[in-house]
Design a protein around this ligand. Structure first.
Ligand code: ADP
Length: 432
């Protein structure tokens, strides 16, 4: 094969096929290398916002994780050159870039989720700010070309905010993107920006897959009452006016901030919450998109099911659940690692009733022992007073969800409050 041909696919219009008369050979070869890399990815979805701070990266990360939880092979790429927040969101700040034979290897977060951030190639935090435009573009282009994703169902790309040169260049580089998801908050100021984002997509002939209204209302963690702090619903009205799909609302959730600050992916750790369900709703049309591209005989029953009900990491079965609560002196033990026993309470979440309960003595304190031990006991949810983020990650690896901030109450009262949706969740009082 000569360097000027590409046999990866049969699309004649692909820019990797033939050098344009006005194109330099170096530029063409670079474009070809980029297209070959992206060719192995079925769907490329850009996540945009009219301005920073509306939760674009949070939405991008949680969408990627929700798709991975629904069984898809997913990559999450952060090219937000001015504020790459994915390393922080996923607790990867100390990870080093792994380069093999000039190829950047993405970080594998789980069997079907990989990620890479331009933050890893920036030397100092503020480097990008002082770069001139062409330098930034060179870095973004090289970065897109050099990351080896392998085959993916979806690549979710977290773009720089706004409608300036940087998001424009990325959109132009990823020529066959499926489209963009635009993230907004409900305030009018943010909605005005998002209209610009929609026009930006239209100018680029980039389909708008839909609008997500983030920070839409606040659900009180104590009483469950919903307050529309920023007057929710504006995103939906605006989407209707603009004739683009509305994908859903994500409420303001203090646990998102907490998860974000401690580098724990939200939907992974809080798979049962209404907010996680909101993310599941948002990904439904995106999963449908994948279904539409698959030959019908390849869509197995299992896959059909995952489209209707994105799999929760922690749910063995929707209705029945075993809750583990660390106990000291008959009540929830605030010091998780040194409790005397665990109450294991099986519940029916639909009927909201306790099916069985037993106490088992806690095993001798030994680092790393509790996660596999509790998994063996069949636990799929732990309700605790506090727990460090490292321990929570170990439980997540065992597919056990953790709720922190519960009060020192009897296990029965805690479980009852949990089933009734009124469990108080205070601060995570033990963060080590
Ligand atoms: P952007 O990428 O648009 O700049 P980020 O995703 O970095 O925004 O989010 C900005 C801040 O807002 C972060 O601290 C994040 O934790 C918080 N945040 C985002 N979405 C929510 C939400 N639904 N509820 C609570 N906090 C949120």
């Amino acid at each position: 094969m000569s360097e000027k041909t590409c046999n990866t696919c049969s699309t004649d219009s692909c820019s990797a096929k033939a050098q344009r008369p006005d194109e330099k050979l170096g530029d063409f070869l670079e474009q070809q290398a980029l297209q070959k890399r992206l060719c192995q990815i079925t769907h490329k979805i850009l996540v945009l916002s009219g301005k920073g701070g509306v939760g674009k990266s949070t939405v991008a990360a949680n969408l990627a994780i929700s798709l991975a939880l629904a069984g898809k092979k997913v990559g999450l790429l952060d090219v937000d050159i001015h504020g790459p927040s994915i390393p922080k969101l996923l607790n990867l700040e100390n990870r080093r870039l792994e380069v093999r034979d000039e190829i950047i290897m993405p970080i594998e977060l789980s069997e079907n989720l990989k990620t890479m951030s331009i933050g890893f190639v920036l030397q100092g935090k503020d480097d990008a700010v002082i770069w001139r435009g062409p330098m930034k573009m060179g870095v973004i282009k090289q970065f897109l070309k050099d990351v080896e994703w392998g085959e993916l169902d979806y690549l979710i790309i977290d773009l720089p905010p706004g409608t300036g040169d940087e998001p424009l260049s990325v959109c132009q580089l990823i020529q066959d993107a499926d489209g963009a998801i635009v993230v907004t908050t409900p305030q009018e100021l943010s909605l005005a920006d998002v209209r610009k984002s929609i026009n930006f997509c239209r100018t680029l002939k980039l389909p708008v897959l839909g609008v997500v209204e983030n920070m839409s209302g606040f659900v009180c963690p104590k009483c469950g009452t919903m307050t529309d702090i920023f007057k929710s619903g504006g995103g939906e009205t605006m989407a209707r006016e603009q004739g683009v799909p509305f994908l859903g609302r994500i409420p303001i959730d203090p646990q998102i901030v907490e998860a974000c600050d401690s580098g724990q992916p939200y939907v992974y750790h809080y798979a049962r919450t209404d907010t996680a369900k909101a993310f599941e709703r948002v990904i439904r049309p995106i999963l449908e998109m994948h279904k539409a591209t698959q030959p019908s005989e390849n869509i197995t029953q299992k896959e059909e099911k995952s489209i209707e009900e994105p799999k929760n990491l922690t749910q063995k079965e929707e209705k029945s659940l075993i809750i583990a609560i660390p106990i000291a002196e008959g009540k929830l033990a605030m010091h998780f690692g040194h409790c005397q026993e665990f109450a294991l309470i099986e519940v029916d979440t639909e009927k909201k009733e306790i099916l069985s309960k037993k106490s088992v003595p806690a095993p001798a304190h030994q680092p790393g022992l509790l996660p596999p031990w509790l998994a063996k006991q069949g636990a799929n949810l732990i309700i605790a007073g506090g727990m460090g983020s490292r321990a929570q990650n170990l439980f997540a690896d065992q597919k056990i969800e953790v709720l922190v901030g519960a009060p020192a109450e009897t296990p029965e009262n805690i479980v009852k409050a949990y089933l009734d949706g009124v469990l108080e969740s205070g601060e995570n009082i033990c963060d080590h």
